[in-house]
Each structure stands twice: as C-alpha cells, then as structure tokens.
Design a protein around this ligand. Structure first.
Ligand code: AMP
Ligand code: MG
Length: 364
C-alpha cells in the first residue's frame, strides 16, 4: 500500500484554460510529483519522464508491475528528438498525419529516458496528445511526461476525474479535473521497430486509417498470457476488467441476442444478478426481462460506443451485478479496440454464436 498523501483537485474549464492551474500542475511535475490529467483518450497519471524516481512513483501508486512500460507524452512532434535515439522517416510521416492524436509510436529509446520508463527495454512508446489541457501542461512543464492510464493496474481505465479519485485518491499529488474524455479508449500502440509496422494494441486510431498511410500493417492479435513477457503489456489477457465476471458474445443479429438472452435468463433463475452491455438498438429485445440493461451506443456510432465503454462497465459494477454479458461490436474502425478491451475484460471468456449454436471457446 503506497504512502497516503493529500490529493488536490483543480477543476479546469477546457474552453477557458486557467493558466495558473496549469503552472501549478507543471510545478508539481517539475518537482518530481504525480499529476493526473485529461487526455483525449482516458485520464493519464503523469510524472517527469526524465526522472527515474518520479516515474517509480507511478508504478507504486498504480500498483503496476515493473515489466509494464509507460507511454511518454510530448507537447509537439519536434520533441521526439528529446526522447528517441533516431527518428525513422515513417515516424515523421505518421506524426504529420495523426498527431496530435490517439496514436502511440514505439521507437528506439533515447539515452535520456531512464530504463524504468521502458521496463528495461531498448524501445520507448511516445505520443503527442490532442487534449488542450494535456498540451498546455506539457508545454508549460517543458518536460516529456510518462503517463499510463490513471487507474489501479488491471482495472477499468478512467474517463473522468471521479474515476481517477476512486482508484488513486491519497496516492497522487494532484488531479486536473475537466469532465469526460472524448475518445474513451486508449491510444493505438504501433511499433515501428518491427519489419512491418505492427499494431500492438488497437485503440483510438483505426487499423484502416493506418493502412491508408502505411499500406501493410500487421496486428499482434494473440492475447498474451500473464506469465509470458508481453511485447506490449496492455496486451495481457486479463486487463481493463470490471469487478463482475464478464463474458463476451460474438455473432450476428438476433441469433446473437437470443443466445445472450438464454444465458442471462438461466443465470437469473439460478439467483444471479445479470447485467447486459448492449447496443442501443438491442434494448427492445430485452425489455420487460429481470435483467440490468445498459447500452453503450448505436451500432452505427462506434465513436460513441468507445466513449461510453468504460463508463458503461463502471455503471454495471455500481449496479452490483454478479455477471456481465457483453455484446461484440465487430472489427471495423473502432470496433477492433472495443473488442480488444472487452476480450481482456472477459479474461478471454468469449462465446462465438454461429447460427443457432453457441460455442464457448476459451476461459472456464
Ligand atoms: P497504459 O497507458 O496504462 O495503457 O499503458 C501503456 C501501454 O503502452 C503499455 O501497457 C503497453 O501496452 C504500451 N507500451 C508502452 N511502452 C511500450 C514499449 N516500449 N513497447 C511496446 N509497448 C509499449
Ligand atoms: Mg492502462
């Protein structure tokens, strides 16, 4: 259990950023402290990326294992030279197209970056966030800032300041509170140190958008067992998990909904409180049943589904369900990132519904 400290909260209106608040937060970072701040993906927990001791504080506060490296945030693309050994031409090209934004590039680590940031590795993950508060903070602090998601390790990522405080109050120095995040899922992690550029973690920038620039893009699809050394540790098979046990249902149309309904009612009859994570248009199918229904958004608006994915899982946890059955949202666009997070929230428990058959492929 990390030492308790007083966690201050400063509210900032993103439309009128209070420069004094930013200066205070920047001073905390420069003094080696921990500051949670909004990014467009989720809230990050930041420390000076050049200060090994400050970065160690992130691992303690999050109870994060040392083998899980951190993403270094930059105010602008030119800062790449402060943190990376060399910048391949492709990185400049991708930065031009996608930064500021939810794309993280894995590049050769510069000697300025202490090994604790990269979990001992020779590569460093970097991105320029688009959120104006994050940008101001980085610019005023004039430091590259290591910032993983501001939650306890393995738990749901925080999309508002209240989520951060629920996990980290008493463990960090400051939270910049500025409402809900826009994208709602973490950045896409793309390795440029592999032969073919490889998506290590799907996220806010889609595979299709990357392919349009890069042509060939590989996806590292295999969920990695906790005991193996993960290429990208956000890829551990159990991560982003709610307290309740979750099962992911993949399949099409009403066949999928029927399979979920059948299982939900079976579990209900055995005395369980069952929650369903659905698309907006699924709701009428389940109406009147003794189940806790939560829609993340319409199937045609995966941006909204991604934005409310973690809040919806938190809402189901707050409703004290024993079990969550979540529907899949396909793999087009943000669907891939949503499937990735739900698969990990399920710890690999995925049911594939084909025709009228449900096949349990993994887990227990
Ligand atoms: P978080 O911001 O909490 O989602 O965590 C950052 C994630 O970025 C890690 O869990 C990894 O998946 C990824 N990451 C960070 N650094 C590297 C790296 N050097 N190589 C590969 N993946 C990385
Ligand atoms: Mg995380």
């Amino acid at each position: 259990m990390p030492n308790m400290k007083e966690t201050r909260v400063i509210h900032i209106d993103p439309e009128h950023i209070n420069t004094n608040a930013i200066r205070e937060a920047a001073a905390v970072l420069r003094a080696g402290g921990l500051v949670a701040f909004p990014t467009e993906t989720v809230y990050g927990l930041g420390a000076n990326a050049l200060d090994a001791e400050a970065v160690a504080g992130i691992f303690t506060a999050k109870e994060r294992p040392a083998h899980d490296p951190l993403i270094v945030h930059l105010a602008e693309t030119r800062w790449l030279e402060r943190v990376v050994r060399f910048v391949p031409a492709l990185a400049w090209e991708l930065a031009e197209r996608f930064w500021p934004g939810p794309l993280t590039l894995v590049l050769p680590r510069g000697p300025q970056i202490p090994l604790i940031v990269t979990a001992g590795g020779d590569t460093v993950a970097v991105r320029v966030p688009a959120d104006p508060i994050a940008q101001e903070l980085l610019r005023v602090a004039n430091l590259p800032v290591a910032a993983p998601s501001a939650n306890r390790f393995g738990c749901l990522s925080p999309t508002c300041a209240e989520d951060v405080l629920a996990d980290l109050a008493g463990r960090i120095d400051l939270v910049l509170a500025a409402g809900a995040t826009r994208v709602g899922v973490e950045s896409t992690v793309l390795s440029l140190v592999t032969l073919v550029p490889t998506i290590l973690r799907p996220g806010g920038v889609s595979r299709e958008a990357l392919s349009a620039v890069l042509g060939e893009v590989a996806v590292c699809a295999k969920p990695i067992g906790d005991k193996e050394m993960a290429l990208s540790p956000g890829t551990l098979s159990q991560h982003y998990a709610p307290s309740a046990r979750l099962i992911l249902y993949q399949g099409q149309g009403t066949t999928l909904l029927k399979a979920m309904c059948q299982e939900a009612m079976l579990q209900h009859e055995s005395g369980k409180r069952v929650g369903l994570l659905l698309a907006q248009e699924d709701l009428p199918f389940f109406s009147g049943l003794p189940l806790i229904l939560r829609a993340a958004g319409p199937l045609a608006r995966l941006d909204l589904v991604a934005q409310s994915l973690f809040p919806t899982l938190r809402a189901l946890d707050r409703a004290a369900v024993d079990l969550i059955l979540a529907r899949d949202f396909g793999i087009a666009g943000l669907g891939l990132a949503i499937r990735d997070r739900l698969t990990r929230a399920a710890g690999g428990r995925v049911v594939h519904v084909e025709g009228s058959l449900a096949k349990f492929t993994c887990g227990d």
